[in-house]
Design a protein around this ligand. Structure first.
Ligand code: ATP
Ligand code: MG
Length: 383
């Protein structure tokens, strides 16, 4: 193979957003636990729900997708939405709720569920369930009923419902409260409803704020970097299947450069494959791919984040990056920006709302994007 490139068309790695990796590693315990919850619910037993949190690119969406597929396999109808802020999230939720209910046998409960959906959807009187009418201002208070009635209708049809919300930190807090009220009620009534929320680490606090009982309803799965062993499996496994081997040194180099963050692992493995000349793939090959990988990360992963930050907030980001990876005290970041904490509070809050930073605990901030501090220091050094 020396001198030849590995076939880029056969490249098995999958850097992307929500792109299923060729080998999903390090999540077995979470998947097993979710399966137990789903099977318990399907046999009319109570269960906790699941909150998946973690930094950008750690694998929340991929895991949510995997669990949604598992739910479907176990007879659950899935309402899956990505919260984007504003009414669009709710519209999408209702549209899918309607699809789920319309798929069920038409029973009294299904009709009731459609009515609940309709009452959230429309403030104007009338019947009919056309999607085009979803642009009316929603009457949101009945959202809890939508959740309950949908689960009751599915139960009557011998199935269950899974609500899977990605980027759930973007949900309107009132909508979150209403949805959780519905989920809570389903638990009390023994209805087969499973709730899966994925989002940035602040989501745990958002959920706790939404309702006093909410914390107890959820198991929290905090996704972190993969272990060195898991990185090895994520890289080696898919290559072995097509007869390609990686040297232990090359794997070590990937562990080193990615810090185990899944998106970085996939990006590195992908570019090393395309640049590799040695057999097995060597640490020299990893070095050969460095420029292409850094370029890919800078221009996609990082640039997309910085592009969303208004100029007024960039100096806060620069000040924070100048302090290193973090977490940092809010006061120190303000000082590094040459301001007081209250002068920068609005910037900080907006950056949290935009999902660029988060507060790991009160009075502290950290980038929600791994290695973002390095990127900012390299590409946007403060003057
Ligand atoms: N367990 C895993 N093993 C191997 N690769 C993974 C794993 N989880 C995710 N990946 C890969 O990491 C990348 C990011 O995954 P994903 O989009 O799910 O992250 P995320 O946490 O949802 O990120 P964001 O916060 O930006 O939405 C994808 O390329 C995916 O293939
Ligand atoms: Mg995601």
């Amino acid at each position: 193979m020396s001198g030849e490139r590995y076939d880029p068309i056969a490249n098995p790695y999958a850097p992307g957003a929500g792109t299923p990796p060729p080998a999903l590693v390090g999540r077995d315990a979470i998947i097993d636990e979710a399966e137990i919850s789903l099977r318990r619910l399907a046999s009319a037993r109570s269960s906790q729900h699941l909150l998946i949190t973690g930094l950008r690119g750690v694998g929340k969406t991929v895991l949510l997708g995997k669990l949604a597929a598992l739910g479907e396999h176990l007879g659950f109808r899935v309402v899956r939405v990505e919260a984007v802020g504003g009414d669009d999230t709710l519209r999408s939720f209702l549209r899918q709720a309607r699809r789920v209910v319309e798929d069920l046998d038409r029973s009294g409960k299904a009709t009731r569920a459609l009515r609940s959906i309709e009452s959230v959807t429309l403030t104007i009187a009338g019947t009919g369930f056309g999607v085009d009418r979803l642009d009316a201002t929603p009457d949101r208070e009945a959202l809890a009923d939508v959740v309950i009635d949908m689960a009751a209708a599915a139960a009557e049809d011998d199935g269950g419902v899974m609500i899977a919300i990605d980027e759930a930190q973007m949900l309107d807090p009132h909508d979150l409260r209403r949805i959780l009220a519905g989920v809570h009620r389903c638990g009390q009534d023994g209805l087969p409803l499973y709730c899966l929320l994925a989002g940035l680490p602040n989501l745990v606090g958002d959920v706790a704020k939404a309702a006093t009982y909410a914390e107890r309803m959820f198991t929290v799965a905090e996704l972190g970097p993969l272990s060195a062993l898991d990185v090895g499996t994520a890289v080696n496994g898919p290559a072995e299947e097509i007869g390609v081997a990686w040297s232990p040194e090359a794997i070590e180099a990937i562990v080193d450069r990615s810090d185990g963050f899944p998106f970085f692992v996939q990006t590195w493995a992908y570019h090393v494959w395309n640049a590799a000349r040695d057999e097995p793939v060597s640490s020299d090959d990893v070095e050969r791919a460095a420029i292409a990988t850094d370029h890919a990360l800078d221009s996609s992963f990082f640039a997309a984040r910085i592009a969303r930050i208004p100029a007024s907030e960039v100096s806060y980001v620069q000040a924070m990056a100048s302090l290193g990876p973090g977490p940092h005290r809010s006061g120190e970041v303000a000082a590094a920006a040459g301001r007081t904490t209250s002068q920068v509070a609005a910037f900080r809050d907006r950056l949290i709302a935009e999902g660029v930073i988060y507060a790991p605990r009160y009075g502290w901030v950290e980038f929600a994007i791994p290695h973002f501090d390095e990127y900012v220091r390299r590409r946007l050094p403060s003057r």
